[in-house]
Design a protein around this ligand. Structure first.
Ligand SMILES: [Mn+2]
Length: 240
C-alpha cells in the first residue's frame, strides 16, 4: 500500500493578507511521483495535537522556509539573520520529536534539515557569507530554478552515496548551513568550499539535504532516487 507522507506545512500570508497554511506544491508532487500519498500537516501552534496527527503518517517531510531562531543554539541574532517565526520553530521541532519517537522516516530539506540538526542539539551558521570564514560559492541563488548551481562531494558508505555515487550537481538557495552536526548525525555531503550540504542519522531513518530536490524534480529525474528511497523506507511504517 502506498505510504502516507506528512508534509509539515508553514504559515504565511495569503493574497488577502490572511495567515494561511502554506506548502509549495513541488513537495506534494515529488512525493506523489515517488509513489507516496502526500498529506499536509498544518501548523496549529498546539503541539499536544501532534501525536494524533502523526499517527496518520508513515513518514514526515520537513520542507524549506524561514531561518531558525538562533536561540535554539544559544546565539544572539546577527544582523544578517533572515525572517524567523518562533512559534513555527517550536511546533515543527515538536513535530520532528514526535516523528523520531515513533521511529518513522524523516526527510529534511533546506530549513527542514537545519531545523532537525538544531533539534538534535547541533548549530548553524546564521549567515554563511559573513560567518563561514573562507571564500564561499554563492549558495543563495536569487532565482529559484530547476537546474543546478554547484557540485557536492558525497561521503563513501553513506545512504546518499548508495543513491548518487561520489558526487552530484545540486541547486542552492540557502544562506544558512549546518555548523556542528546534532547528536547521531554525520555529514554525508559538502560543496567544494566546505559547506555542509547533507547529513544522515547513524541509527534512525533521518536524511537531511540542504538543496531543493523537489524543485529539481520539476525539471528532470536526477533527484528521483532520493524521493524513491524515502517513500520506500516509509512503507515499513504503520498507518492508522
Ligand atoms: Mn549550497
Amino acid at each position: 500500500m502506498s505510504p502516507i507522507i506528512a508534509i509539515v506545512a508553514h504559515t504565511d500570508k495569503n493574497r488577502f493578507d490572511m495567515p494561511a497554511v502554506s506548502i509549495p506544491t513541488a513537495y506534494t508532487q515529488a512525493v506523489e511521483k515517488a509513489g507516496g500519498i502526500p498529506l499536509i500537516l498544518p501548523f496549529t501552534g498546539n503541539s499536544d495535537l501532534l501525536p494524533r496527527m502523526a499517527a496518520h503518517a508513515d513518514g514526515f517531510l520537513f520542507p524549506g522556509g524561514f531561518d531558525m531562531d538562533p536561540a535554539y543554539f544559544n546565539e544572539a541574532p546577527l544582523p544578517e539573520l533572515g525572517r524567523v517565526n518562533r512559534e513555527l520553530d517550536v511546533f515543527q521541532v515538536a513535530a520532528f520529536e514526535t516523528a523520531m519517537e515513533m521511529k518513522k522516516p524523516v526527510l529534511g530539506i533546506c530549513r527542514g534539515a537545519q531545523l532537525i540538526n538544531v533539534a538534535l542539539g547541533g548549530s548553524l551558521f546564521q549567515d554563511i557569507a559573513s560567518q563561514f570564514g573562507e571564500p564561499v560559492l554563492d549558495h543563495m541563488q536569487k532565482q529559484i530554478h530547476f537546474g543546478t548551481d554547484h557540485p557536492v562531494e558525497i561521503t563513501r558508505g553513506s545512504r546518499l552515496f548508495g543513491m548518487f555515487g561520489s558526487g552530484i550537481m545540486v541547486n542552492s538557495r540557502h544562506h544558512q548551513s549546518v555548523k556542528d552536526p546534532g547528536a547521531g548525525l554525520r555529514i554525508t555531503a559538502k560543496s567544494p568550499d566546505g559547506v555542509v550540504e547533507a547529513l544522515e542519522h547513524t541509527a534512525l531513518p533521518i536524511d537531511l539535504v540542504q538543496w531543493h530536490p523537489e524543485l529539481m524534480m520539476l525539471g528532470n529525474q536526477a533527484m528521483a532516487p532520493l524521493f524513491s528511497a524515502f517513500v520506500r523506507s516509509c512503507k515499513g511504517g504503520s498507518a492508522v
